[in-house]
Design a protein around this ligand. Structure first.
Ligand code: ADP
Length: 473
């Protein structure tokens, strides 16, 4: 079985969120199961120099996009046993940052087309093209509309995994002819038309042989108007949307081997606690290992439920908790968080930047990880938090509902705390409930043990992907 994963990011080369984590971890595990998985991403300027130096140039050719004819280079690295290909075009990808440019449609149309064009050049004819999110969705569209009749592509099948339905790649309808050079008939509600424009993701859903998303609950939620982002109709029509929950890389996220931690630990709560004071010192918070620390590590966007937190910051702090935020995103959130940090310098820390190292330190040092998302396709934050014994406090939606079990004192089961309504006071009530257990160290230690025992590695989910590929093969 040969599979090419197509995505706009992959850890450790580039990552803006969970998508990058998945592409950095799932392929290795599938290779262990005997699948020849390879990965292709754009060659962005942001990729660390040390990786750029290791790349080998293996091909170049021209790619047509309507009247345009663009250079495309292919470079490669083998990373932890996985061949990674980089699509190189300086005009499209030699820019600071990954997303949000005026010509997104053209950049990712180029990327998807280049992937189909590169296959004969790299001498790899996959059985399955596995595209991720809207940026890679056109690979499925081009395969079906342009390539499936050609020698080498005839038996190729496509899978699309949706990591977040909100981001769809919606562009003016003129893009269809002027950039994609696809037939105007696709501007139709059964194909790519979306509110008078075109949607790359919708095209991917319609033309992929299979569609999956990243948790079982989200797979059901997105067929409803509330979560469907106006694609619930096309998703319901597609039929079976496979829900395969994400795992995390147990090597990258391993408190026993994590170089970012002051004190590494396996399952000992006492050892974990030794990470707290050094971090409090670093963040200029009151230094005392008995003060409970709650973290929020996330993109700062509405999805993540930051509005609920901002509504009750003083009440949360009144519980005696230190609240530490690590994230970047929308300017109004940066402003509100900075103001709280100024107002409560000993208790509230706003770290408005992106840092893998700081994220690891926070997971290692904290007692609780807050994630009150409005919706959450899977969520990796809570999986990492469980692994590090930072108990997740989450809203019961999508993957959060599938991976966090609320603690139940009568039976001693559960690995975190959850609430169902998107409401600041329900969240606050749940934080207070968590705090009653925190004040009883014996019980807390028991919940931390439960959390660290949860298996959220890729072991099971990788097999589900393999089953999906085999169904198609
Ligand atoms: P999403 O993909 O919606 O952003 P996920 O929970 O699936 O959310 O994945 C988020 C990933 O990004 C986690 O690995 C989390 O630790 C990481 N992350 C988010 N913000 C930051 C940040 N500012 N610095 C470091 N890591 C971050």
């Amino acid at each position: 079985m040969k599979v090419l994963m197509i995505a706009s990011e992959a850890y450790p080369f580039v990552k803006s969120g969970g998508l990058g984590d998945v592409l950095g971890s799932l392929p290795k595990v599938l290779r262990d199961l005997g699948v020849d998985v390879r990965v292709v991403i754009p060659k962005y300027q942001d990729i660390d120099e040390s990786y750029q130096e290791q790349m080998t140039h293996i091909a170049d050719f021209q790619v047509d996009l309507a009247w345009r004819n663009q250079f495309c280079g292919i470079e490669t690295i083998e990373y932890q046993g996985v061949p990674i290909y980089f699509v190189d075009n300086e005009y499209y990808f030699k820019r600071k940052g990954l997303y949000g440019f005026f010509d997104e449609a053209e950049r990712f149309a180029f990327f998807s087309k280049a992937v189909l064009e590169m296959l004969p050049h790299i001498d790899f004819i996959p059985d399955i093209l596995h595209a991720h999110d809207w940026q890679a969705s056109l690979a499925s569209v081009y395969l079906r509309m342009r390539y499936s009749q050609l020698e080498g592509y005839k038996n190729m099948k496509s899978v699309l995994t949706i990591h977040n339905l909100k981001y769809q790649g919606v562009f003016a309808k003129e893009v269809l002819g002027d950039v994609l050079a696809l037939d105007e008939n696709l501007f139709h509600e059964d194909y790519m038309e979306f509110n008078g424009a075109i949607s790359f993701l919708k095209g991917g859903i319609v033309f992929s042989d299979r569609v999956s998303t990243v948790s079982k609950t989200y797979a059901e939620e997105i067929k409803t108007a509330h979560f469907g982002e106006q694609l619930e109709g096309v998703l319901s029509k597609k039929g079976d949307i496979h829900g395969i929950v994400n795992g995390i890389d147990y090597q990258t996220f391993n408190p026993l081997k994590d170089p970012a931690l002051s004190k590494r630990y396996k399952s000992s709560y006492k050892s974990k606690l030794l990470n707290k004071e050094p971090l409090q010192k670093e963040l200029s918070l009151t230094v005392d290992k008995d003060i409970p620390m709650m973290v929020f590590i996330s993109r700062l966007v509405e999805q993540k439920g930051l509005d609920l937190i901002l509504r009750v910051v003083p009440e949360i702090l009144a519980e005696g908790v230190q609240l530490v935020v690590l994230g970047t995103g929308e300017a109004h959130y940066h402003k509100a968080l900075s103001e709280y940090a100024k107002r409560y310098p000993d208790q509230f820390s706003a770290n408005l930047y992106y840092s893998e190292e700081m994220a690891h330190k926070l997971y290692g040092a904290s007692d609780m990880t807050l994630l009150p998302s409005k919706y959450e396709p899977c969520g990796l934050t809570q999986l990492i938090a469980l692994r590090y014994g930072s108990l997740p406090i989450v809203r019961e939606t999508g993957g959060l509902a599938d991976t966090v079990d609320s603690f139940w004192p009568e039976t001693g089961t559960g690995n975190g705390f959850s609430f169902s309504k998107y409401n600041a006071h329900d969240m606050l009530f749940t934080i207070r409930r968590a705090m009653t257990f925190y004040r009883n160290p014996e019980v807390w230690e028991k919940i931390v043990k439960n959390a660290m025992k949860a298996d959220n590695s890729w072991k099971n989910s990788a097999v589900e992907y393999l089953d999906l590929y085999e169904e198609l093969g």
